[in-house]
Design a protein around this ligand. Structure first.
Ligand code: NAD
Ligand code: TDX
Length: 339
């Protein structure tokens, strides 16, 4: 079985490659990644020399390049993680989000049509459902919740989902889609809430909390997300959407305070800054369907996962210190300088 894993040099994609290498050592995995600011080849060092692994640097929106790789390699399965993934960057500059997340997905779908595929899996997000009000804790996103996006990022991800459905219905392409809640764990780029707060706290820098920090996210340890995708790929039914989440809702401010406590840093570092434009209030996944259909349940409790994650960032300073010292500085200044 030959897998294309696009975006495998990023956070979830790399964790997925490690998960699959361990669980299915008989599979051949080819990682396709453009290596944008968020992609890091060093992350893939543990698998780089393996016989059954190959890395190809390519932009998924480059039709010709993608087509030639499909022609040569003829993959059985494509799992598409490749995306521009940061909401704040999409608010600053939506263009590249449409290019990669929408056009890139279409290019991959076209290649799958042309060369044939056993499965195309689209890694989507709970953000396609928009948000839920804080005063209705009884409401959750199900697979039937209408798409109702807020940011250019979520609009681009929802567009990609719609294209996948269209290629399934119109051309019979064997697609599946998963919509996961917020992930955390090793190798997450330090622009995202949890690694950003860990890195800043370790440097005794201000911890920029948007608005009042009352927004709620539903956190899932990245390995549990990978296990869910693996299960989805193993089952035969196509055209199906699966929501993935572990009922672990937390307010941003509580996460930041927890990180301060774990690192023995003063809460005085917390700085309330101007809110994100169009900031979604609450995400909350109802994972009943994937649980009942595939028996999936998250294995890592948040208390354990967050400790493991903090320890990972303490043990792998080289990995993220290099990132935060480079071009990321310019981004940070632009994004947080006048907030
Ligand atoms: P990430 O930003 O860490 O990694 C994205 C990867 O895609 C990088 O390696 C980057 O180089 C690559 N990439 C970007 N543009 C590309 C292009 N045009 N061609 C080829 N490669 C390209 O993202 P992540 O957090 O690992 O997210 C992976 C996927 O999971 C995304 O599709 C995202 O929408 C989805 N998702 C993320 C979360 C989360 O909490 N991080 C939750 C749900 C869904
Ligand atoms: O500096 C910050 N301060 C802050 O208060 C940052 C970076 C974030 N936040 C808030 C905004 C959100 O309410 O923390 C929350 C989490 O923010 P992000 O880490 O940027 O994640 P989010 O916007 O929730 O989106 C994430 O989950 C869904 C991923 O980045 C997406 O790729 C995924 O689809």
């Amino acid at each position: 079985m030959k897998f294309f894993v696009t975006g495998g040099a990023g956070f979830i994609g790399s964790n997925f490659i490690f998960y699959m290498e361990k669980k299915h050592p008989e599979y051949e995995i080819i990682c396709l990644d453009k290596l944008t600011y968020a992609g890091n080849l060093a992350t893939l060092a543990p698998v780089m020399e393996k016989q059954n692994f190959k890395f190809v640097r390519v932009d998924i929106a480059d039709r010709e390049a993608v087509s030639s790789i499909f022609e040569v390699e003829k993959p059985d399965v494509v799992v598409n993680f490749a995306a521009e993934s940061h909401v704040d960057r999409s608010i600053e500059d939506p263009g590249v989000f449409l290019q990669t997340n929408v056009i890139g997905t279409q290019v991959l779908l076209d290649a799958c049509r042309k060369y044939g595929i056993r499965r195309y899996h689209q890694v989507s997000t709970d953000e396609v459902y928009g948000d839920l009000p804080l005063d209705r804790p009884d409401l959750f996103f199900t697979e039937q919740t209408p798409l109702h996006t807020s940011s250019p990022y979520s609009a681009s991800k929802a567009s990609a989902d719609l294209l996948c459905n269209a290629y399934h219905r119109t051309y019979g392409l064997p697609i599946t889609i998963s919509r996961c809640s917020n992930n955390y764990g090793p190798y997450q780029f330090p622009e995202k809430l949890i690694p950003l707060m860990i890195a800043n706290a370790l440097a005794d820098k201000p911890l920029p909390v948007y608005g009042q920090g009352l927004n709620v996210r539903d956190w899932l340890y990245v390995e549990d997300h990978c296990a869910a995708i693996d299960l989805i790929l193993e089952q035969e039914e196509i055209g199906q959407v699966y929501n993935i989440g572990g009922h672990n809702e937390m307010r941003n401010i509580d996460i930041v305070k927890l990180i301060c406590k774990a690192l023995d840093k003063p809460e005085g570092l917390i700085t309330y800054v101007t809110d994100r434009k169009g900031h979604d209030m609450r995400y909350a996944i109802d994972p009943t369907f994937i649980h009942e259909k595939l028996g999936w349940l998250p294995e890592t409790k948040f208390e354990d996962g967050i400790q493991k994650t903090i320890q990972w960032y303490l043990d792998h300073r080289d990995w993220w210190e290099e990132i935060v010292s480079g071009a990321y500085q310019t981004y940070y200044e632009r994004m947080y300088g006048n907030r």
